[in-house]
Design a protein around this ligand. Structure first.
Ligand SMILES: [Fe+2]
Length: 180
């Protein structure tokens, strides 16, 4: 079982591949654009949900810095979900469709960059190998039941008791290690 960050980086690579495929399409490739946006929507919806359920709560418990970074990433997720939800209602031939996808791609690339250069290294430094595996397992479990469509109006922070159920042992261990 790969650790949490390896799995998330794999998702990032998969979505980047879809972005490049989309960018290679022309205005005539309406069906291909729609298919790619459907695939991007599913991948990003699931990816955002599992981060919000497991990774961000763990980061928020870690330090003030990680808390602030996770909260900023959470807002980026929210904006991405809003755009994805709008795209679901748009015809790919609509003049707003393609520019919306381009802005989505820019936003997600920025988000991925921030996660990979800030949040992930901080988590990697704080959590040991076993903790990372535990986080990874909790995320993979969540992957099978989280929604595959964007729900920007739904809560994006799990209730405290749900977080406790998923990663409580890990958060406790980290807290005692950093002396919180
Ligand atoms: Fe994310």
């Amino acid at each position: 079982m790969p650790d949490a960050i390896t799995t998330l980086k794999d998702d990032h690579q998969r979505v980047e591949k879809l972005f490049k495929e989309y960018e290679d399409t022309t205005d005539r490739a309406i069906k291909t654009r729609q298919r790619l946006v459907d695939e991007i929507t599913e991948l990003l919806s699931v990816h955002a949900e599992i981060e919000e359920l497991v990774l961000y709560p763990a980061a928020r418990a870690l330090s003030d810095d990680a808390d602030a970074t996770a909260l900023e990433r959470l807002e980026e997720h929210h904006l991405v979900k809003v755009v994805l939800a709008e795209l679901q209602k748009l015809d790919p031939e609509d003049e707003r469709f393609h520019p919306k996808v381009q802005v989505l791609i820019e936003n997600v690339r920025h988000h991925v960059e921030e996660e990979e250069t800030e949040l992930f290294p901080e988590l990697r430094a704080a959590f040991g190998r076993n903790d990372m595996k535990e986080l990874g397992e909790a995320m993979e479990k969540a992957r099978s039941w989280v929604p595959t469509r964007p729900h920007p109006g739904a809560p994006d922070e799990p209730p405290a008791n749900a977080v406790l159920g998923l990663v409580t042992g890990l958060v406790d261990r980290v807290r005692s290690r950093v002396g919180v």
